[in-house]
Design a protein around this ligand. Structure first.
Ligand SMILES: Cc1cc2nc3c(=O)[nH]c(=O)nc-3n(C[C@H](O)[C@H](O)[C@H](O)COP(=O)(O)OP(=O)(O)OC[C@H]3O[C@@H](n4cnc5c(N)ncnc54)[C@H](O)[C@@H]3O)c2cc1C
Length: 391
């Protein structure tokens, strides 16, 4: 059975690509090994799908080539996707930081994409295990559990490795390697951190408590809240910074983000007679203060009696708490995969592999990873849309 285009992966990027290629009159076959399309969309955003972000800019993404994504976002932006959502009268709301969510259910987004696929004449086959792909004489051949299909164009939209239960597989990475495309090493991201044994014994009693913070690691810095869990730290701030974290690195947490960098030195001038504990205690819930007091407050005298150097150190313990996670929770709970097909191997206009005519990669399988907040779906929509104009 020959088609113009075969797309492997009926997730966000694959469906968007199929719609656009179908609208151009291409005969499109969309394959997925899961029993249902868009399973990650369904579980996303706590069931309400944070489908885009009003503030999308290339700076919200990590990629070896930070310029690669610019063209796709210019041609298909968050406003274009919002127009589609509104065409289907899906009620939505903006949460904080420009994040757009469905009012009712993320299933509305999947229904919308399937309706568009239908209208564009896309042939969708689920429960179709792809065993092998090959290229011979300008034709791609796709061997599956439902038989062999061939096409002029082949689009790989199989996503990243996170949450294997949703159908995630390494198929896209394997295919890129099969065609000798360079890969950027991958790792789990937008993922909670795990403590080492020693830190776990100190902090596990704080499990369930959230605090505001400013967290930084490498070139990443986020002002958000974080959450103590029974095995580590999570919450928006930690998920965001996990995109920038590599094994063995320290992250720096400012536990008093609204206070100046040398808040204790200023407090000493203002209240020299106060005990240092009295100065710090009001900033934290009791249980948190008691825990931090044990390791952070090394001198308990009044402010005036504490030598400047010691005061500075205590100040820094709170303003730049150095945490060295033992690891992350890994792909089991990660929202995305950092790394993937090296963008230098692809055209930023079409998403086609420069050295394999007719082979395209879209969505998360490509080395473009967004922050938390709707950015990853927007990359899936934009890259899928661009590819759909050419494949
Ligand atoms: C729990 C969770 C919540 C998330 N929430 C959000 C959010 O609210 N906002 C946001 O922007 N991002 C969110 N993300 C990230 C977002 O879901 C992904 O970045 C996005 O789905 C990537 O789209 P994609 O089409 O590239 O891949 P996917 O959506 O993962 O689709 C890939 C498809 O390929 C199929 N597939 C894989 N291997 C094969 C194979 N060998 N043969 C056939 N088919 C195959 C899979 O079954 C799947 O349907 C979340 C992720 C998770 C895990």
């Amino acid at each position: 059975m020959t088609h113009d285009v075969i797309i492997i992966g009926a997730g966000a990027a694959g469906m968007m690509c199929a719609i656009e290629a179908g609208k151009r009159g291409r005969n499109v076959l969309l394959l997925d090994h899961s029993d249902k399309p868009g399973r990650k969309i369904i579980i996303s955003g706590g069931g309400r799908c944070n489908f885009t972000n009003m503030g999308v800019t290339p700076e919200n993404y990590l990629s070896e080539n930070p310029h690669f994504c610019k063209s796709a976002f210019k041609r298909y932006s968050q406003y274009d996707f919002l127009d589609l959502v509104e065409k289907y009268e899906i009620a939505w709301h903006e949460k904080k930081l420009g994040q757009l969510f469905c009012d009712k259910s993320s299933r509305d987004i999947v229904k919308m994409l399937l309706a568009e696929c239908d209208e564009a004449g896309v042939n969708l086959k689920t429960g179709c295990k792809v065993q092998e792909v090959s290229k011979f004489d300008e034709q791609f051949s796709v061997n599956t559990s439902l038989g062999e299909f061939s096409s002029e164009s082949l689009v790989i939209a199989t996503g990243g490795l996170s949450v294997p239960g949703t159908g995630a597989s390494g198929f896209g990475f394997k295919t890129a390697e099969q065609f000798a495309l360079k890969m950027i090493p991958s790792r789990a991201a937008l993922v909670p951190f795990l403590w080492d044994e020693k830190s776990k014994s100190v902090f596990e009693n704080l499990s369930g408590i959230a605090l505001p913070c400013s967290v930084s690691c490498g070139s990443g810095k986020f002002d958000e809240s974080f959450l103590f869990t029974h095995k580590g730290i999570s919450g928006p701030a930690m998920l965001q910074i996990s995109n920038y974290w590599q094994e063995g690195q320290e992250i720096s947490i400012d536990l008093l983000p609204d206070e100046s960098a040398d808040f204790l030195l200023l407090a000493k001038e203002k209240s020299p007679g106060k005990k240092i504990e009295q100065v710090i205690q009001p900033f934290f819930p009791k249980r948190v203060f008691e825990t931090f007091k044990k390791s952070f407050i090394t001198d308990k005298r009044s402010m005036a009696q504490i030598p400047e150097k010691v005061l500075q150190q205590i100040n820094d313990n709170f303003k730049a708490w150095k945490v060295k996670p033992a690891d992350t929770e890994g792909y089991k709970t990660a929202e995305v995969t950092v790394g993937g097909v090296d963008t230098n191997e692809l055209s930023s206009k079409t998403m086609e592999a420069k050295k394999v005519a007719g082979l395209y990669f879209v969505g998360e399988v490509v080395d473009v990873t967004g922050w938390l907040g709707g950015y990853n779906f927007q990359w899936a929509w934009s890259s899928g849309w661009c590819c759909g104009q050419f494949c």
